[in-house]
Design a protein around this ligand. Sequence first.
Ligand SMILES: *[C@@H]1O[C@H](CO)[C@@H](O)[C@H](O)[C@H]1NC(C)=O
Length: 504
Amino acid sequence: MNFRVIFWVLSSLVGHCFFDYAHGKVAVGVIKSNLGWEFVERFCFYPNIGKLHFTFSYPVQSTSPKILVYPDALWPTVYKNSSKNCQQKVATIDITTNQVFYLSPAEAWTNCRLVKPAESASLIDTGGTIRCSAVLSFLSSRERWWYMVVSDCGQPIDLSYDLLFLNGDGIMTKHFSADEFYILEVDIAFLFTFATMLIMSLVFANKLKELNYLHITYNLFIYSLLFKCLHLFVICIGLGKFSSDGLDVYGAKVVGHVMEAISFLIFILLLILFGKGLTITRGKISMTSMIKITVFMILYVCIYVAFFIWEAVVFDRALVLYRYESYPGYCLLVIQVTAWLWFTYATFFTVKNYPEKKYFYYPFYLLYTLWFLAGPICVLIANLALDLWVREKVANGIFHTINFFGYAFLLFLTRPSKANKNFPYHIKATQIAAMQEDSNSDNNNNNDNDNDNNNKSNINDLGASYKSENNNSWGFPTNRQKLNLEFYDIFKAADNNEKVAEKF
Ligand SMILES: *[C@@H]1O[C@H](CO)[C@@H](O)[C@H](O)[C@H]1NC(C)=O
């Protein structure tokens, strides 16, 4: 194996002032432990340009703790391996490879020196503090994760650390772990792409409004896209700040991910509503469906919340885990596949009842089946097949691309243009409003409305109710039936579909 760390001293007095001229991932903290072997931090260094500026301090004691730097190939054999004790874990690293160093004044290059108590007033100790500051260079043949551990077998550890990881000095890359290279650039590019689509969707919405086809479903689409843009905007701000000072903006990450979840949930809701034909073949969905959808969405939100809590609390910092590598993460994938099954079921019956809408539903179903399944499949590939030192950036690019196609295709299908053969909307927005008003007043006056909701002759199933009325020997149409017929009439007329006109 030709991976090897070569250490050498670059500066003798680093102290805190290095923050003035150098930037990178900053990790500051204190480790107190009785286990004798504790994980400190991990970082993925790019080949041959990686540097670590460190400052360690600990109260003067009889033994000196040592720092071990494990390469990614060794890490799984020691971390959480209960069949190895502290000495064995330390012995895993060949001492001649320079991956072990003592924080002792006897070791020349680590620059350890005794700091008088008066100089370190914040540390409560009497014997003074030993402080070590130096720079390490990391050389390896490929991008490699390094795991830093402090160890002092059999002794309690009380160590404070101040680390600055650097990957070269490129303005956009030096601060990032090698597996996160180019994520900021890719995110900025997608932010502009999604923002452009948002503007296009607003222009289309305006046109649809003129045509009286601006429906709740289109508004959901716009909201989803808006939250997607906000997600990328917040993430880019966070990463941009990180790239300038190396400090994680935790708040931006959380807010960004919440925005993403909202955008995603709205989109799933939209697809299910479209599958059910809302605003395409019907003006309203039944109470039962409404309840089912509400329960499903609440369940989805709960799993997302569990996912976020898990991510914040349970995630193991010492492992390179992909976001979805957790039980709530897997639940999210399962529920996404469930949503797809539901989507399939709903779309199947909508197309069956309204074959004249197939120009919209065939491409719609095909593409969004791919969209639904691409997410979980990519997560599985990312979890199982991608190397840890490229996974984050590759997965990031793939997911934005999937989302891009998801939005772009719907934007394309629903574009208000005469040439658009797939255009789904033919019920006017005002018709739906009138119908809802009517059914609301029915709800107040008429108890059998509930029954209607459960069978096919539903006011909201425009076509179906017409058909069932045909079969019935109905006399003078009720108000509702008249309304249905009227809608159906207009709906078909607008459709310009001769085949259906024959049915009349
Ligand atoms: C844990 O340590 C034992 C003993 O050294 C070793 O045989 C085993 O392979 C290690 N486990 C893993 C997962 O590497």
